[in-house]
Design a protein around this ligand. Structure first.
Ligand SMILES: Nc1ncnc2c1ncn2[C@@H]1O[C@H](COP(=O)(O)OP(=O)(O)OP(=O)(O)O)[C@@H](O)[C@H]1O
Ligand SMILES: [Mg+2]
Length: 502
């Protein structure tokens, strides 16, 4: 099969095309200053070969979600899934050859990087039978493969550099063809840039970037000046998939639009000074009195339902529902806008506050990060020191509370605490509830109660939860005639202890 992607025209108005098959084998690096037209170029490329090859786009700005308007791309919102789910999704993307846009614009920078790294690593680690060819486009690649140590933690840096290096250096054999775009070559890790054999260089101002671009294109200093003179939407292309000699391309139009505004001048609003002041100050104190920091509501997404798109898929191991990666979420334990703490002796304890929260309406269906924020606020308001409780500890306490651990006391409680100590927080609440029922001889929680404890209203999720607990050896399920299910919890402390339970 031979397929060509028409990206635009050269100075003589001849079509400049990229050989898709060659591109899959030899990767592409795009460089250009902000506004030079990199994202436009990537979009043109993706649009022109949509339907011919699987495409995976890592999209830090949420620019490419509009591809789903015109093509079959599935939008995966990185902020909507737990790390485990992101990995599982990546595996399914490989298995089902889905074209997807992983959008990260709702996440903090370090989380964006971790989310992309987990996703890319899972794409890379897919089993051999799923090594289908796919273009993997990473816009703003200097974020994910920075040349120098930046703000991120060492762990994140290792994770992301390894993901990007694997993609660019070892991805080809696994069918993954990396296409990376960066504003500044000097900011991109050298080994990631060096693995591309095709280049599209756009307008570049800084000497250091121009020199590196010229080196990659095999140009001398004088010729390199061409790179400085390029216009928006013009790129110099070179490489086995493009041309044997540097060719200047005017990138052609695109069908879908980006989401970024501010492309040009807009007429200013009509409101005069007084009217504008009124708009800015209208009910300001009311709005500012809400201590909860809200994220801006994202504009509606043309996202397809991933579950629907990948309906054929069998099982998803239990993972935290509807949450971003917990440990990386920046939740201020003491939000700035709150009143100062009362220095007197606190009227409540950490346990009281967790209990109140657990008893609040719909608490189990809320994301842990939002619960934790409330927890921090309540602690602050009631003068309870909570600095020692981080999100992970809070999730554990919360799961124990809603699972009913406080119904036990003394030695029984200690033994049960030991029993549950290694259990994943995602599944802890339903498991604790089952343990307590077993210890106290109560009926096992029914499906509805399990759903509440697990924070999910999906019956299939509950089935998968039970499967997972059984596979982990935490529970035993016996199917009775007629379809009834009996759940037992092995390893319960001495039955005599039951009487001591509260
Ligand atoms: N070939 C082109 N034809 C028409 N418009 C273009 C072309 N290339 C870029 N543009 C327009 O120029 C603007 C900037 O382009 P783009 O967003 O692609 O830049 P960029 O290099 O990705 O910048 P950044 O690094 O800041 O993301 C956009 O409004 C885009 O639509
Ligand atoms: Mg861009």
């Amino acid at each position: 099969m031979s397929a060509h992607i028409d990206i635009g025209q050269d100075a003589g108005r001849h079509t400049v095309a990229i050989d898709l098959e060659e591109l899959l084998a030899t990767r592409l690096l795009v460089q250009g200053n902000s506004g030079s037209g990199k994202s436009h170029l990537l979009r043109r490329l993706l649009e022109e070969c949509a339907g011919q090859v699987q495409q995976v786009v890592i999209d830090p700005e949420g620019d490419f979600v509009t591809l789903a308007d015109a093509f079959d791309h599935v939008v995966i919102d990185g902020a909507a899934y737990s790390p485990r789910e992101i990995e599982e999704l990546a595996a399914r993307v490989r298995q089902h050859r889905a074209s997807v846009v992983l959008t990260l614009d709702e996440l903090e920078v370090e989380q964006q990087i971790r989310c992309a790294a987990l996703f890319l690593t899972a794409l890379f680690d897919a089993p051999r039978e799923h090594w289908y060819p796919a273009l993997v486009v990473v816009d703003e690649a200097q974020m994910f493969a920075p040349a120098a140590a930046g703000e991120m933690s060492d762990d994140t840096r290792r994770l992301t550099l390894s993901a990007m290096t694997n993609l660019m250096c070892r991805g080809r054999k696994r069918g993954l063809a990396g296409i990376v775009a960066t504003q500044r070559l000097a900011k991109l890790a050298k080994n990631v840039a060096a693995e591309a054999s095709n280049f599209l260089m756009g307008r570049t101002f800084l000497d250091i970037d121009m020199q590196r671009a010229a080196d990659l294109l095999g140009m001398d200093r004088r010729q390199a000046e061409r790179i400085r003179d390029l216009q928006r939407g013009q790129f110099l292309g070179l490489g086995p998939a493009i041309s044997r000699r540097p060719v200047a391309v005017n990138v052609g139009p695109v069908r879908t639009g980006g989401r970024s505004g501010g492309a040009g001048l807009l007429p200013l609003p009509d409101a005069d000074g007084d009217a504008m002041e009124a708009l800015l100050t209208d009910r300001l104190s009311e709005a500012a009195s809400d201590p909860v920091v809200r994220r801006p509501v994202p504009p509606p997404r043309p996202a397809l339902d991933l579950e629907q798109a990948l309906r054929t898929v069998a099982t998803l191991p239990p993972a935290a529902p509807r949450e971003a990666e917990p440990e990386a979420v920046a939740v201020p334990s003491q939000p700035k806008s709150l009143p100062a703490p009362t220095p007197s002796t606190p009227a409540a304890s950490i346990e009281d506050i967790v209990r109140d929260l657990a008893a609040s309406d719909g608490a189990t269906f809320r994301p842990a990060t939002s619960l934790f924020r409330d927890f921090a606020i309540r602690c602050r308001q009631q003068g309870v020191a909570s600095a020692q409780i981080d999100l992970a500890r809070f999730r554990h306490l919360f799961a124990c509370e809603i699972g009913g651990l406080s119904r036990l006391t003394g030695a029984t409680r200690s033994r049960v605490e030991a029993m549950i100590s290694g259990v994943d927080d995602d599944v802890l609440a339903p498991y604790v509830a089952m343990v307590i029922a077993e210890v106290l001889g109560d009926p096992m929680p029914d499906e509805e109660e399990l759903a509440r404890l697990y924070g999910s209203s999906s019956p299939s999720r509950i089935r998968r939860l039970l499967d997972h607990l059984e596979r982990s050896g935490l529970i035993v399920i016996r199917e009775e005639f007629g379809g009834d299910r009996i759940i037992m919890v092995p390893g319960i402390p001495d039955p005599d202890e039951k009487t001591k339970a509260a």
